[in-house]
Design a protein around this ligand. Sequence first.
Ligand SMILES: Cc1ncc(C[n+]2csc(CCOP(=O)(O)OP(=O)(O)O)c2C)c(N)n1
Ligand SMILES: [Mg+2]
Length: 340
Amino acid sequence: MLQKASPPTLRDAALAGRQASATRADTLALYHKLLLVRRAEEKIREEYASNEMKTPVHLGIGGEAISVGVCHALPPGTKAFGTYRNHALYLALTGDTDGFFGELYGKVTGASKGKAGSMHLAAPEQGLMATSAVVGTTIPLAVGAALAHQYRGEPHLAVAFFGDGAVEEGVFWESLNFACLKQLRMLFVCEDNDLAIHTAASERQGFRSIPEALQGFRCHVASGDGSDLQGVIAATTQILGRMEQDSRPGFLHLTYFRFLEHVGPMEDFHAGYRPQPSPEERLRLDPVWRVEQRLFEHGVSRQELDAIRSSIDEQIARSVDAARQAPFASPSELSTDVWG
Ligand SMILES: Cc1ncc(C[n+]2csc(CCOP(=O)(O)OP(=O)(O)O)c2C)c(N)n1
Ligand SMILES: [Mg+2]
């Protein structure tokens, strides 16, 4: 029988310094991370048609602030799990564009030697334990990691990122139930773009809203605008604080707008399943533009932002060149690093 260890407290040091009122320098550092994700995905959009990336790509343009903001607020030692729409999560945790593009090009220099592709990016040493193409599957893995932490008496957190579509799956409710029953140190992060492929939540969900459907579970719940980086950091910091005070799992429900098609590098507003936002609305939904406005208020100039963009673009160009030139893994690698 599992012996429940006495619940340790989250490291104070991990929460210290994660203040929502970021300084100019903090905001610039966060902007760098956010823009790295945006420019990496824009590079994929530019290069994808050449058909060298032999992997489907689920781009997260519009949703970058969720991974960047939540990961900024997470304590060290957290084990993170995600979905196929994972580019922001990978880059927020690692910053490693060589491993990222190596993986997308299927090369031996990739984070998983080219065997995982875009949908299964992982970097266990940096806390990204697993991501998966199969909707909902990494949620119970995160709960298992949280249970292992509790069993071993470790003070660490586990976090699962998943889409609004996963909430319609039995495995989500079973995982939530178990985490609440065992009062695990587990943070659920729902990245809600109101879509499962082309179908709006109102056509799929038999409940009024996700936060309302959670009422009755013994967990902390918070909602926020996932396009607002500072808001995401504040919401994450606040819910981690509540979890510290009253050790229950946390559930963050963050909304955002998916700018591109479900899978692939294009816009798809012509398909007609959702309205196209106006130019003003696009800006309000764009987390990068919003951070730029905040930086201008801090007195940062357009030239400073352009310099950041140039250095990021150079880094990305080097990583793409390196990925193109790298070899594929040798056939002898076929059955290494895999189960079976
Ligand atoms: C178990 C399972 N069922 C169905 C699918 C097909 N599928 C792929 S993505 C997707 C939509 C998921 O939507 P959501 O969880 O909201 O994530 P998003 O794509 O919006 O990020 C579906 C149904 C799948 N991959 N796995
Ligand atoms: Mg969705």
